[in-house]
Design a protein around this ligand. Structure first.
Ligand code: FAD
Length: 290
């Protein structure tokens, strides 16, 4: 029944893809071949993350500019505010607006050892600033398993409400491996009357040891079955990829069954797994126009 339900979706699913700015020529090539492979799937948008270091920041801008120039895709930059002055944010936002960018993923960013916290404390302050400058579409981050610094789940939900009140219209979730946790969070948003499109962030896991570190930092639960599934595969990337694809496809199927129709993929700049998952969701490449 579920497979039939998914087969019937036939193009009714919306997807978006997240990339990060590459820092070597090889990674640059991987990124661009991935973008070219995924472009025909007609994503609603593709986003590019924004790093803490100044060099990464200019690379985000470079990737966004190249996407605008060389593809038909809607390019959406991430922008973090921690450590930035108001003038810097204004300059970046005005530059993006002049290049035709109309949608930004607005974030606080992670607190580093940087002594200078900048002019903005929270993502809410950044959203207010961006909205004051132009009528950007704003997406924000949401945390089904609660942000590590939040006082409580309720306080974190109240923060999401403040971000919506400041002008955000879409929340992209932190990655997760328990669909139930995401769905419970979606219910909590509804109960609290949050008027926002909540898009699950899907992370296909090819490097399990790396995931363990990242999950610790973000306080995302890795279910015990995943430890068992990836056991002994440290040096077997091919099998890991097959398993990653299977897990992610099962995850999106469960979400589709619960009425989810928008998905955001953390591609890690690689196309194959995301392409396979999208294909299983009924996404098909449009024939290229010669
Ligand atoms: P906020 O919404 O500002 O919240 C931060 C914390 O402060 C939360 O715990 C919140 O509950 C709490 N808080 C907020 N307001 C108040 C208040 N008034 N009083 C008390 N507590 C408050 N990081 C990057 O560096 N670059 C990226 O490109 C990037 N992209 C991301 C994309 C997605 C989809 C996600 C989920 C995360 C991304 N991150 C990125 C990580 C993000 O920057 C971190 O998770 C960061 O720690 C929090 O950012 P935020 O925008 O959620 O912060």
């Amino acid at each position: 029944f579920l497979n039939q339900q998914i087969a019937d979706l036939n193009g009714k699913v919306n997807v978006s893809f997240e990339f990060f700015p590459p820092n070597t020529p090889d990674m640059q090539q991987t990124l661009w071949s991935s973008i070219k492979k995924l472009e025909p799937l007609s994503p609603e948008f593709v986003s590019v993350t924004y790093g803490a270091a100044a060099s990464t920041r200019s690379r985000t801008h470079d990737v966004i500019t190249k996407i605008i120039r060389e593809t038909e895709l809607t390019a959406v930059p991430h922008l973090t505010c921690i450590g930035s002055s108001e003038a810097e944010i204004e300059h970046i936002a005005e530059d993006y607006w002049s290049k035709g960018v109309r949608h930004i993923v607005a974030l606080r960013g992670d607190l580093g050892d940087d002594a200078n916290p900048g002019d903005f404390e929270y993502a809410t302050d950044l959203i207010a600033k961006l909205k004051q400058l132009h009528d950007f579409e704003i997406s924000v981050a949401a945390y089904p398993e609660v942000h590590p610094e939040a006082e409580s789940a309720t306080a974190d939900l109240q923060n999401l409400k403040r971000k919506i009140d400041a002008g955000a219209s879409r929340a992209i979730s932190q990655f997760f491996f328990s669909a139930e946790k995401f769905l419970r969070f979606r219910d909590d948003c509804t109960t609290e009357g949050l008027a926002i499109d909540l898009t699950p962030g899907i992370l296909p896991v090819t490097n399990f040891p790396q995931l363990q570190k990242f999950a610790k930092f973000t306080q995302v639960d890795i279910p015990s079955w995943m430890y068992k599934v990836y056991e002994g595969l440290q040096d077997d990337p091919d099998t890991s990829r097959l398993i990653a694809s299977h897990i992610a496809i099962e995850q999106v199927k469960l979400l589709v069954k619960e009425g989810v129709s928008d998905f955001h993929f953390y591609t890690l700049n690689r196309a194959d797994l995301t392409y396979a998952i999208c294909h299983s969701l009924g996404k098909r490449a449009l024939p290229s126009v010669a």
